[in-house]
Design a binder for this molecule. Structure first.
Ligand code: NAD
Ligand code: 13P
Length: 352
């Protein structure tokens, strides 16, 4: 009996890959409806066609995931309310800056018994402090929200190369197991942990570390410096996470969402790529300009996350405890020169 209906909210690079992945599993499992609706932020392609029409005619997201067949049962829908209609399982996967507006539009329009999961790496900062995206979804829509983070460069998963991921949950273990089942493939292994904040903060903060790694690449500092930056970054991720949420577990940093995501993003991610270009231009071209040129519509999250984290550090007078996070923000905003990423790291605390 087909009880569960899946909607994917977002259709960028990872949004498209996650839709492909869950759509494959939906077909092979009797209690999922075959059709997976994917909400697409509509745009007109240079050919004059609508992106949704092209996806539905060719089964390919030609802009954000070219040359990959999404499967016949992924249906692109430009109407947000229609995309989530009757859905019991909601997968949120947009750049983090858009999710609050999307949730507000969805308020009162999702099933009260729907389950949510966020694949979004990022956070918001409110008057009273940081607000994780999963909490935002819960607050606005009144539904529980798990998270899925990990060493997951989308283009590699699209090619079905082996990866691991971590699902974090707060109270609803059954929901987390259901999400684990929906996302699991022979090439995609999912581990479930009872630490939603730890998993989500790992996914969020590693984007700042990736910016630092890209700057080091652009400065041609070599592998030892880059590894040092990754270690200092991982240390700051752990200290920050535990200060904000004392319940965060050390073991979470050894899951795919922790050390593995730091490694893959610092080696092959978009944050790294754009930061490398920023350093090669010695900070003379802005991140926004380089993002548009190099990513062609895809978005990097590290620069805005560094600004959001800096707001928290400043409000709590924690800047000195987090030299890497602080320095990345100051370099991205032109307050410090690019080589400060190494200079200031020389003074970073050495203890784990
Ligand atoms: P993306 O960066 O490839 O694409 C940007 C998306 O934003 C597009 O779908 C575009 O249509 C949409 N968009 C642009 N303007 C918008 C607006 N005003 N309102 C709503 N949507 C708008 O997207 P992505 O890679 O799917 O990233 C989504 C999330 O997944 C991010 O938090 C990212 O950190 C995370 N993530 C990405 C990867 C990856 O390898 N791409 C892997 C893991 C996690
Ligand atoms: P980028 O956004 O830097 O490409 O990172 C993707 C990612 O989160 C890999 O796990």
């Amino acid at each position: 009996m087909k009880q569960e209906k899946i909607a994917v909210i977002g259709s960028g690079n990872w949004g498209s890959v996650s839709a492909k992945l869950v759509a494959e599993n939906a077909l092979s499992c009797p209690y999922y409806h075959d059709e997976v609706r994917m909400w697409v932020y509509e745009e007109i392609l240079p050919s004059g066609e609508k992106l949704t029409d092209v996806i539905n005619n060719t089964h390919e997201n030609v802009k954000y995931l070219p040359n990959i067949n999404l499967g016949l049962n992924v249906v692109a829908d430009p109407e947000l309310h229609n995309a989530v209609k009757d859905a019991t399982m909601l997968i949120f996967v947009t750049p983090h800056q858009f999710v609050e507006g999307i949730c507000k539009r969805l308020q009162g329009n999702v099933r009260h018994d729907a389950k949510a999961i966020s694949l979004i790496k990022g956070m918001e900062v409110k008057k009273d402090g940081p607000c994780m995206i999963s909490s935002l979804i819960t607050e606005i829509l009144g539904i529980e929200c798990c998270v899925l983070m990990g060493a997951n460069i989308a283009n590699e998963i699209a090619l079905e190369k082996f990866s691991e991921a971590t699902i974090g949950y707060r109270d609803d273990k059954k929901a987390a197991e259901k999400w684990g089942e929906l996302f699991s493939k022979s090439y995609f292994h999912v581990n479930i942990v009872n630490d939603v904040e730890g998993v989500e903060l790992c996914g969020t903060l590693k984007n700042i570390v990736a910016i630092a790694a890209g700057l080091v690449d652009g400065l041609q500092m070599g592998n030892n410096t880059k590894a040092a930056i990754m270690r200092i970054g991982l240390r700051e991720m752990r200290v920050f996470s535990k200060l904000i949420f004392p319940s965060v577990r050390d073991s979470t940093f050894f899951e795919s969402c922790g050390v593995a995501d730091v490694i893959t993003t610092c080696l092959g991610g978009r944050n790294r790529k754009v930061a490398e270009a920023f350093a090669r231009h010695d900070g003379q071209r802005s991140f926004d300009e380089l993002e548009a040129e190099l990513l062609q519509g895809q978005k990097l999250q590290g620069v805005s996350t560094a600004a959001e984290i800096f707001e928290v550090l400043k409000a709590r007078k924690w800047e000195e405890q987090f030299p890497l996070f602080t320095t990345v923000h100051k370099i991205a905003t032109g307050i410090l020169p690019v080589n400060a990423v190494v200079k200031y790291s020389e003074h970073a605390p050495r203890m784990v």
